[in-house]
Design a protein around this ligand. Structure first.
Ligand code: UGA
Length: 469
């Protein structure tokens, strides 16, 4: 990423503030680096010793375009420091950002223990009144509960208040997103406090100031809506396939309606990552506990599970059977542009194909899957060697450049499933491949429902003629 495109405009000044950022994961590290770029003095607390040692050498433990440059610049300028010592990090600080993980529990509800621990430690180390700003995604009501939870831990005479300021960054585009936000959401129970937190960002950025539980719900509802959009796109794609309609044109045509918008209408193996699936489950759980179950959210979740199974079944049907067959899977990251494989549909697909008897050889340009049983190779042609089918499961641009003739030579079969729509169709067809995709049918598919509209045109028992509209 060209940083000049992604950083803020120098004219957008902010009042420099000393900030403590707790947690140097995707959210915390991006926030820390970008806030220091905005002019703040940022102390970032990280308890993981290996990660901390890497950061001290300005090595970025995650793949995030543009982030390494910002971290290097501001560790050199002294505006960004890393430590595992909460006491020194909180010294003289009145704003601390909580950026720890809220992973899903087995029942779908978020595990808030890291948040509780981080907030308690920050409150205990406070040397002045402090605002704990929750950046992590949490269910509505969490900030209020957290304020009660940590209240007794602050040194005598000091007040700890909790503010919600959810993060809307996408992995792989986090630095860009930070400096080009659609909105900054600040939920506080006090307008002065809201102003302090909003003042961390340039005043030209669109601001939604609201209550804490509203801010928390903006984040949950946004991610849930994105999940609903993707699941709907996957269902429309399946319908296109059944009807013989052109998926690209249909979803493209739908997305051109400004009220709908084309983003997040790309069909694929289903949504994954550490956010959409988790926040959808969280939203469902919160809606249920509030006595307002969300049928729409539940349906999006079911449709997402169906998308992956349908994809595996389609590959199986293209090959006849998966028992003992060798399949190349290209892509393991949950989406292109990241090395993150958490809740990756690509990894889930590998598992599903193996469950159905296939031997899978996988490739990803940067993601590495640590789990045993995933056979990963360093080169896409090596993955393709001897394979009867090849599946593109993550939309890396470089897969577009694959040489069809080299693939044809490497593979023993001629089936390609492009689950993410990155491949150019014609050159592969010219090289002799049968190319399938999401919303693109098997070679045997036909449009079986022509008789329905015909039937509806017939007005049985009535004299023929054209009725007035
Ligand atoms: C998501 C949201 O987009 C961010 O706004 C939010 O801040 C973040 O979660 C979070 O809660 O922290 P992210 O998980 O990085 O960001 O990834 P997305 O770009 O949203 O993609 C999520 C999944 O949806 C991926 O598996 C992707 O391949 C899939 N997707 C996305 C589709 O299948 N089709 C689409 O059209 C778009």
């Amino acid at each position: 990423m060209n940083l000049d495109d992604s950083r803020f405009q120098a004219s957008e000044s902010v009042e420099p503030t000393r900030i403590c950022v707790i947690g140097a994961g995707y959210v915390g590290l991006t926030a820390a680096a970008c806030l220091s770029e905005l002019g703040h003095e940022v102390r970032c607390v990280e308890v993981d010793a290996t990660r901390l040692a890497a950061l001290a050498r300005a090595e970025i433990p995650i793949y995030e375009p543009g982030l390494d440059e910002l971290v290097t610049r501001h560790t050199s300028s002294g505006r960004l420091t890393f430590t595992d010592d909460m006491a020194s990090a909180m010294d003289g600080v009145s704003v601390a950002l909580l950026c720890v993980g809220t992973p899903p529990r087995s029942d779908g509800e978020p595990d808030l223990r890291q948040l509780g621990r981080a907030a308690t430690a920050a409150a205990a180390a406070a040397t002045s009144d402090v605002a704990l700003v929750v950046k992590s995604t949490v269910p509505p009501g969490t900030c209020e509960a957290l304020e009660l939870f940590v209240g007794g831990h602050a040194p005598d005479g000091l007040r700890v208040r909790v503010v919600s300021n959810p993060e809307f960054l996408r992995e792989g585009r986090a630095v860009w997103d930070f400096f080009h936000p659609d909105r900054v959401v600040v939920g506080a129970d006090d307008s002065d406090l809201a102003r302090v937190v909003a003042g961390l960002y340039p005043s030209s950025w669109p601001l939604v100031a609201c209550s804490r539980r509203s801010a928390e719900l903006v984040k949950y509802a946004s991610n849930t809506f994105l999940a609903v959009k993707i699941s709907f796109a996957n269902e429309v794609a399946a319908l296109c396939e059944a009807l013989g309609a052109e998926t690209d044109k249909v979803l493209g045509g739908v997305g051109l309606d400004a009220r709908i918008g084309g983003a997040f209408l790309n069909p694929g193996p289903g949504f994954g990552g550490s956010c959409l699936p988790k926040d959808l489950s969280g939203f469902i759980a919160v809606a249920e506990s509030a006595g307002r179950p969300s049928e729409v959210a539940r349906a999006a979740q079911r449709a997402n599970d169906t998308a992956l199974i349908t994809l595996a079944a389609k590959i199986e049907s293209a090959l006849g059977s998966l028992e003992g067959r060798t399949i190349a899977v290209l892509g393991l990251a949950f989406k292109a542009g990241t090395d993150d494989t958490r809740f990756s549909p690509a990894v889930a697909l590998v598992r599903e194909l193996e469950k159905r008897g296939a031997h899978v050889r996988a490739h990803d340009p940067i993601a590495r899957v640590a789990e045993p049983g995933v056979h990963q190779v360093a080169d896409p042609y090596e993955a393709a060697h001897g394979a009867e089918a090849l599946v593109v499961a993550t939309g890396w641009e470089q897969y577009r450049e694959l040489d069809p003739l080299r693939l044809r030579e490497a593979m023993s079969g001629h089936v390609i499933m492009d689950a993410v729509g990155v491949l150019a169709i014609e050159p592969l067809r010219d090289a002799g491949f049968d190319l399938y995709g999401i919303g693109r049918g098997l070679v045997t598919s036909f449009a079986p429902v022509l008789w329905r509209p015909l039937e509806w045109m017939l007005d049985a028992g009535q004299p023929s003629g054209v009725a007035n509209p």
